[in-house]
Structure formats: C-alpha cells, structure tokens
Ligand binder design. Structure first.
Ligand code: PHE
Length: 471
C-alpha cells in the first residue's frame, strides 16, 4: 500500500482488496460481533445487522471509497478539496476531522484488546488451557485483564507491531501479510466451526443465531428493586447493530476513505464494496458459529460482554486434540487480523499529519502511535479490577466510554453527513463519473445514499441521544 510518499497507490487491485478486507475483518468480527449478538438476544440482532451491512454499509463503502479516490489525500484534505471543487462550505472537512480524531481514539483501545490476543497466544503456547474448566477459564481472563503489568506489556507489543508496519510504508509488509494470513484465518475458523458443530450445542446455536425473537430487538427488560420485571420499548439493540455494522466495515473513521485515496481509477468500487462486505459478514457469522456451541454446551452466559471469546474458546482448545497448537494458531491469526485493522486506524491520522508537517512518515507514525498508545493505557487500566476500573464516565468505565463516544456518536454522525454530502452536495454527474457503473445500479445506490442511509442513521441517532439524556 501507501509506501513512503503521499500519493502512493496500491500495487494491484488484488492488493487493495486484501488490504480493505484486512481492515474490515478484525476484532470487530471475532471479538465484538459474537458478544454483541449475545447481548442483543441472538437472531434478531444478526438479522438487523446483516440488513444494515448490505442496505446501508455497502452504499457507504462505495461513498467513502469514491470520496477518497476523488480527493487523493487524507480524509480531512480530501473532504476540503472536494467541498471546494463543488462550491460547498469548507465545514464539510469536519467529516474528515471526525474520522481522523475518531480513528485515533479507537486505535487507542483497539490496541488494548489486540494485546489480549497476543497474551492469549502466549498462554495457549505455554499450555495454560490444557483441560481448563469453564470457571477456571473465566478466572484466567479476569486475572489477566486486572494485571497492570501484563496488560500493558501486551498493549505495547501490539501497538509496536502496528507502528512498525505503518512506519515502513505498508507496501511489502501489509500486502504480503494479508495475502497469506487472511486465507489462513478463514481456514482455521472453518475448522473451529466444524469442531464446535460436533462437540458443542450446535442446534441450540443455529436456533439462537438464526431464529429471530423480535421482542428482544424492541423491548428491554429491567429488574426493579422490588424484584419486579418491567418491559419497555427500546431501540438499543438496533442502534448497537447499526454501530457494529459501521465498525465492522471500517466505516466513518476515515480508514476506507484513506484506502480509497490510494486507488487508481480502474477499480470497480461497487463490486469491491460487495466483496468486502460479504467476506466481512462471513467471518463474523463463522465466529458466532464457532463460539456459541461452546457457550451453550457449558452453560455460559451469552450476555457476559467483552470477555466472551476469551473465556469460551480456551475451553474448547483445552479439550480438543492438538488444542494447544490450534489455540496458539487461532490467537496468532486473530492478532494478525487485528493488526491489519489497526494499521488502517493509524493510517488516517498519520496521513493527515504527514501532509501537514515536514516530518518523515516514519517519525509521524511513531509519534501518533505512541500518543495513541498512551491514551490506550487508560483503557487497559479500566478493565477487570485493574488500577482505574473504578473510574466511571457517565456510568461506564473508560474503555466503554470511548467505545460509546466513537461507536454511538461520532460514527453515526460522520456516516450521516457523509451520505448527505455525497447524495445532495456533490453533483450527480461527478458521482456518476467517479463510480462509472451502469445506470440502474447507480440509481439504486444514489437512492440509498440520498434517502435511506441518512434517514435511518439520523432517526436512530436522535433516538439514542434522547434515551441517553432521558435515562
Ligand atoms: N473493522 C475493524 C474490525 O472489525 C475495525 C476498524 C474500524 C478498522 C474502523 C478501521 C476502521 O475489527
């Protein structure tokens, strides 16, 4: 990819596809998706999520890629340049700012969880999971995330790898890594799904993931102090699914726009978007199919949150033949998937600062990476019973607060304004020219970005702000 200069380009269409899929497929698919599906009641969440991915996500991917390719600069400067060309307010560059700042915040905590995967790879290699019970697995996880030294060591290691690749200019490293390792991750996930199908509660899993209970989607149960359970209308799960679809597709944080800026004109953006979204969804569903059979077989809590993957899979690794090896490989590949996403998160801030200053790309990557790493320490220490676990921001810990700010506020807003910009403020002719697709596909896409995306995102966003203020 980018290489050391500003206006570098992908070495081939294939390299772009792999890097984009590498950005999309990451912790969002294997760590976040299963636990959010678990908290959101399963099937209904999965269905709404998939609808968002294909009806809103794919058109947004096309929109961001086309803005990046037209701008040929970092998200901030690309937006400023296109707004100027179209005779629009320079304020549209705020979309770029939101992306660059949002990406910086997300990489700070993404790296913490990336560190968990490295630590779990090491644990697995040392045989820590051999014969582990469900209770011991939970304890192992809690002890680890509460350890002020180990969590920082792994966070620093993960951030270090990311900085190293971004600093080098990613042409050789990233492109080579994804070509080999993404297919390997896919194959290993498949093996895990098959293992879980034979050794876990597979039928219960299929029912949970694919048989939607729509009540779960629109109602929330609260247990009152009196012990009484009340049900009230709530769109939390729908919002969560929307946020997750954006996060998983790497939207609204400038990553896809930046990768678009390294594109040449011969790439078909619509086709690419469909491939990226399909591969991304396939990995998320496979992760669910690998994890939930174990969750159900061991009577674990589907709604337990961020520890789900780290507490459940070790149980399977501890029992299967060659489990130590399979576990090590799995966490290694998960770390790789996370690194290829982390690169695309560091890239937007780095590309902007590199444009703005005369510092070398290497220096910029190190500076931005170290700064984000320091911000990440707060997230690492907010977990389990770690040093800052008692700190609450609006009632949640630091990591969840950053997640809420980016996933539920900055990303929906940036997404909505991106759709409005492309749909209403850039000339139709410019977009037709940029996309170069047949008339019918263009009209469908145009309708989706002009009406469906902004309205859907807007309505859900207003609802969540309202809920937050009211509740
Ligand atoms: N899509 C990545 C994942 O699912 C995370 C990511 C989000 C990367 C936004 C870049 C931008 O893990």
């Amino acid at each position: 990819m980018a290489g050391a200069t500003q206006h570098a380009h992908w070495s081939s269409k294939w390299a772009f596809m792999l890097a984009a899929v590498g950005s999309a497929v990451g912790l969002g698919n294997i760590w976040k998706f299963p636990y959010e599906a678990g908290q959101g009641g399963g099937g209904a969440f999965v269905l709404v999520y998939l609808i968002f991915v294909f009806v809103i996500g794919v058109p947004m991917l096309v929109a961001e890629l086309s803005l990046g390719r037209r701008g040929q600069m970092s998200p901030i400067n690309s937006m400023a340049k296109i707004a100027k060309e179209e005779g629009r307010s320079p304020l549209w560059s705020l979309i770029g700012w939101s992306g660059v700042v949002g990406a910086f915040i997300v990489i700070s905590f993404y790296s913490v969880v990336g560190g968990w995967t490295l630590a779990y790879m090491a644990k697995s290699a040392m045989g820590a999971f051999s014969g582990i019970t469900a209770a011991a697995s939970q304890e192992t996880f809690l002890a680890y995330i509460s350890d002020p030294v180990m969590t920082i060591v792994s966070h620093v290691a993960f951030m270090g790898i990311t900085i190293f690749i971004v600093a080098k200019g990613v042409q050789g490293g990233l492109e080579k890594a994804v070509t080999l390792l993404m297919p390997a991750l896919f194959a290993l996930l498949l093996i895990l799904v098959i293992y879980s199908a034979f050794n876990g509660a597979f039928v219960a899993t299929l029912d949970f993931l694919f048989n939607p209970d729509f009540d779960q989607l629109f109602y929330k149960e609260t247990v009152l102090a009196s012990g009484e359970v009340t049900r009230h209308f709530s769109l939390d799960t729908v919002l969560q699914a929307l946020g997750q679809s954006f996060f998983s597709l790497s939207l609204a944080l400038g990553s896809i726009m930046t990768y678009g800026s390294y594109l040449r004109r011969d790439v078909n953006l619509g086709k690419s978007a469909v491939i990226i979204a399909s591969a991304d969804s396939a990995v998320a569903l496979m992760a669910g199919l690998a994890i939930f059979p174990i969750v159900f077989a061991y009577g674990l809590d589907v709604g337990q949150g961020g520890g789900l993957v780290f507490m459940t899979l070790p149980i399977a690794f501890g029992q299967m033949p060659l489990g130590g090896l399979v576990g090590t490989l799995f966490f290694a590949l998960l770390a790789v998937a996370a690194v290829t996403s982390a690169i695309s998160l560091l890239e937007p801030p780095v590309s902007y600062v590199a444009e703005k200053t005369s510092m070398s790309r290497r220096k910029v990557a190190i500076t931005m990476g170290v700064a984000a790493g320091l911000l990440g320490v707060l997230s690492a220490y907010s977990q389990g019973s770690n040093l800052l676990s008692d700190v609450r921001i609006f009632g949640v810990n630091i990591m969840d607060a950053k997640d809420f700010l980016t996933n539920n506020i900055m990303m929906p807003l940036a997404g909505m304004f991106t759709a409005l910009f492309v749909g209403w403020f850039v000339s139709r002719k410019a977009m037709m020219d940029e996309l170069a697709i047949e008339d019918r596909s263009f009209r469908i896409w145009y309708f989706l970005v002009r009406f469906v995306s902004p309205i859907a995102v807007g309505v859900i966003f207003v609802k969540i702000i309202f809920d937050t203020i009211a509740g």
